[in-house]
Write a protein that binds this ligand. Structure first.
Ligand code: PNS
Length: 235
């Protein structure tokens, strides 16, 4: 016999009949001390809703700050999809396919994290994959205004979808993909800012770009004539 047989029969636990349909219940002072076994019952009877969230972004390139947030998200959501925006208007350092590969490698240790790409509205993508939350990171107060605006617009577009903000570790509070690109392009070290595999990919990209630029220069072209995206790229 399970716990049900040893449970007191009178007085009846308030809401006993409805207990199976709710996850949490506050005890009444009149009821005998009783801890309803809601967790195991709910799990075995499929009453706990699994929360799937998406973590949308550009991830160009993915940083340790992103990874930190993914790890935190993976602990509170049952499923987390890292969703890379396919944005034709931007001039990215990495192709979407490269970013996907890097993120897949970075997140392979998390059983409940997957990587996907999307275009169009984030809320439409979230609905398509049946996510109930959008995860976004807030590093400093300067992020807040933009993030709030985006979260409220997303709520206007899709009221049933919640945006959940999480803070990455303090040591990443100054870190952004834009700064990683800038520092790397100007010859600075990005060690400890991105995972090793990303650092290597960034270096490879920049070496190729520098070789290309040097070739153009030795062919007598001025930088503005060249086609290298590293010169015209908006950082
Ligand atoms: O990493 P980023 O660049 O800060 O991510 C921004 C992103 C991709 C989350 C945002 O630009 C976005 O959601 N774009 C998809 C288009 C969209 O839904 N726009 C309305 C947002 S309110």
């Amino acid at each position: 016999m399970g716990r049900r047989a040893s449970r007191p029969s009178s007085p009846k636990w308030p809401g006993e009949d409805a207990r199976r349909s709710i996850a949490l219940q506050l005890p009444s002072p009149l009821a005998p001390a009783y801890n309803p076994p809601f967790v195991d019952l709910a799990l075995t009877e499929g009453l706990v809703k699994r929360i799937k969230a998406i973590y949308p972004g550009s991830f160009d390139p993915p940083t340790n700050g992103h990874l930190d947030l993914i790890e935190r998200g993976s602990k509170i959501f049952d499923e987390l999809v890292v969703a890379i925006l396919r944005n034709p208007e931007k001039d990215p350092l990495f192709s979407v396919a490269d970013r996907r590969k890097m993120l897949e490698a970075m997140t392979s240790v998390f059983d409940n994290v997957s990587v996907d790409t999307f275009d169009g509205l984030t809320v439409d993508y979230a609905l398509r994959v049946e996510a109930r939350a959008i995860l976004r990171g807030i590093r400093a107060i300067s992020d807040y205004e933009y993030e709030l605006q985006m979260a409220l617009m997303n709520r206007k577009l899709q009221p049933g979808l919640e945006t959940v903000f999480m803070m990455p570790a303090e040591k990443y509070s100054y870190l952004s993909s834009r700064l990683v690109r800038e520092v790397a392009q100007l010859g600075g070290s990005i060690e400890c800012l991105v995972p090793d595999l990303v650092e290597q990919k960034v270096r490879e990209k920049i070496d190729v770009a520098h070789k290309f630029a040097n070739r153009e220069q030795s062919a007598g072209k001025t930088p503005s004539e060249g086609k290298s995206k590293f010169r015209k790229k908006k950082l």
